[in-house]
Design a protein around this ligand. Sequence first.
Ligand SMILES: Cc1cc2nc3c(=O)[nH]c(=O)nc-3n(C[C@H](O)[C@H](O)[C@H](O)COP(=O)(O)OP(=O)(O)OC[C@H]3O[C@@H](n4cnc5c(N)ncnc54)[C@H](O)[C@@H]3O)c2cc1C
Length: 304
Amino acid sequence: MLMYMSKKPDQRISDKLTNGIPLFSVEFFPPKNEEGARQILRTALKVKEQIDPDFVSITYGAGGSTRERTQEYAELIRLIYNFDVMPHLTCVGHSRDELRHTLDRFYETGFRNIMTLRGDAPKGDATFKPHPDGFQYASELVEFIKTNYPQFCLGVAGYPENHPESKDTPFDIRWLKHKVDRGGDFITTQLFFNNADYYAFVKRTREAGITVPIVAGIMPVVSSSQLRRFCTMCGSTIPSELDALLYSAGESESAVIQVGIDWAYRQVVELVENGVSGIHLYLLNRSHSAIELIRKLRYNHIIG
Ligand SMILES: Cc1cc2nc3c(=O)[nH]c(=O)nc-3n(C[C@H](O)[C@H](O)[C@H](O)COP(=O)(O)OP(=O)(O)OC[C@H]3O[C@@H](n4cnc5c(N)ncnc54)[C@H](O)[C@@H]3O)c2cc1C
């Protein structure tokens, strides 16, 4: 079926980021089973019809799993829904040859943007161990891609509350700068719920001489337990005010979702007012919150 569809190569995100209007993008993760496959396609359709973001991204399975699915679903949603799609790529378990093979395929099928990451150690491994012919840090993958595939625009990860393995903030910024200097074209942040953390991060990066755009990663909360799990994993803080609102929402799923939309709305309004380059919504393959959030932002003329 895909043979009959075509789409011109995607636009580089760094070019889209130059017009001074904040970009809106959303993130999917590749499905693990048939129900997940139906869900991502349903969500992608609704997102296309009701939000039509500037681009979408699709994650690379944690610990290196679902690798083929990232490629498969990145291609599918790109062709079916005509999105510009940024696949994520990690160093986990990959030799240079394998990475070259994946990058060749991405290039041939029209992708022009890659979210370039180290990835986390597979479950059960205490620390990240590189493949013997692979890379230890995202910056090495960034350099590899920039040298061999200069046509790709590369996103890299940034951490307003520091990466959990960073011993302190100067360490975190030092290696972020190194990664950007190797060829990162823009930064997308880890999710955060307190805009002050984002502003302080932007200030630190600018003082360190990092000049690339910094896209804010925002997650409308849909479940209190899931939020706590994520924040434990990635080191993001849940502000006490948000915590109290979620506590008041109790077991009601719809009330929790509404708290998530309202909190994200307040965050985005303030970020846009403060000149953010882009907002990347962590969707968790569910469309409702993102659609409600964007509707409200458009209705109130916060975004176009
Ligand atoms: C926007 C975003 C998207 C993500 N998408 C995915 C995904 O799709 N799949 C997935 O599995 N994970 C994803 N992650 C999680 C990410 O893989 C983890 O946070 C991982 O632990 C670090 O990846 P990194 O690319 O930031 O690594 P790096 O930039 O390599 O940094 C990792 C750690 O090493 C330190 N460091 C870097 N360079 C050096 C050096 N030369 N010497 C000493 N220390 C150094 C850094 O300070 C940091 O503490 C994402 C994270 C973000 C923020």
